[in-house]
Design a protein around this ligand. Structure first.
Ligand code: SAM
Length: 207
């Protein structure tokens, strides 16, 4: 069966994440946008997503890609200044005001976003926060707005540090109260090391 999660004895706060960047323990970092999100963004129209948020964005290759496609209201939120600085350095034209050095759970709900993008943020959270993650995503989106991205459906083994895995049945229960499921299935175009291990989700916030 799936991993027996050890109870995290660490608080995954700004100090924890900064130290992961500063010590190069960033195994999640793919160095560029991943194919499932690139394909999704490529078919997106300007009207689909005026205000976009990428929480737990890290070095934020998705933000860079969207910025280059011409989306001008892309916001990234992260606890680690090192992560946001990396985006700023790579993409000097990215609006500084859209770099939010803030806790996702404390982000204001107004004005609402049209699209939230998920990429290895959910799996980085203490699993006890999963329900709160789903609720905060719903708070931040307008009715009809979308939560799109990838969730690991795999067993990372017992660990007291991220990433934390899980199953689609578990995840469904967190999102069902707030979202309609447009798509929630194994991604067909994952990066090789992630093939068969991640779900592509497209959820629409209920009215
Ligand atoms: C595993 S990394 C993923 C980064 C990026 N999404 C990627 O795929 O490369 C998780 C990121 O979430 C950030 N993070 C963790 N908890 C957070 C929180 N409560 N609010 C905002 N960012 C957070 C960390 O600083 C880290 O950059």
């Amino acid at each position: 069966m799936y991993e027996k999660r050890m109870k995290p004895d660490t608080v995954f706060d700004e100090t924890y994440w900064s130290s992961r960047y500063n010590t190069g323990r960033t195994g999640w970092d793919t160095g560029s946008i991943t194919p499932p999100l690139r394909n999704y963004f490529d078919q997106m129209g300007a009207a689909d997503a005026r205000r976009i948020l990428i929480p737990g964005a890290g070095r934020a290759y998705e933000a860079e890609y969207l910025h280059e496609l011409g989306f001008s209201q892309v916001h990234v939120a992260d606890l680690a200044p090192e992560a946001l600085a990396a985006l700023q350095q790579r993409v000097p034209g990215f609006p500084a005001a859209h770099l939010l050095l803030q806790d996702f759970f404390a982000l204001p709900a107004q004005p609402p976003y049209d699209l939230l993008v998920e990429q290895t943020f959910f799996c980085a959270l203490d699993p006890t926060l999963r329900s709160a993650y789903a609720q905060q995503c719903a708070n931040l989106l307008r009715p009809g707005g979308k939560l799109v991205g990838l969730l690991f459906e795999t067993d990372f083994g017992p660990s007291s540090e991220p990433p934390f895995g899980g199953t689609r049945e578990e995840y469904r229960a967190y999102f069902e109260p707030y979202f309609d499921f447009v798509h929630f299935d194994t991604a067909y175009n994952s990066l090789k090391p992630r093939q068969g291990k991640e779900l592509f989700m497209c959820l629409r916030r209920k009215a």
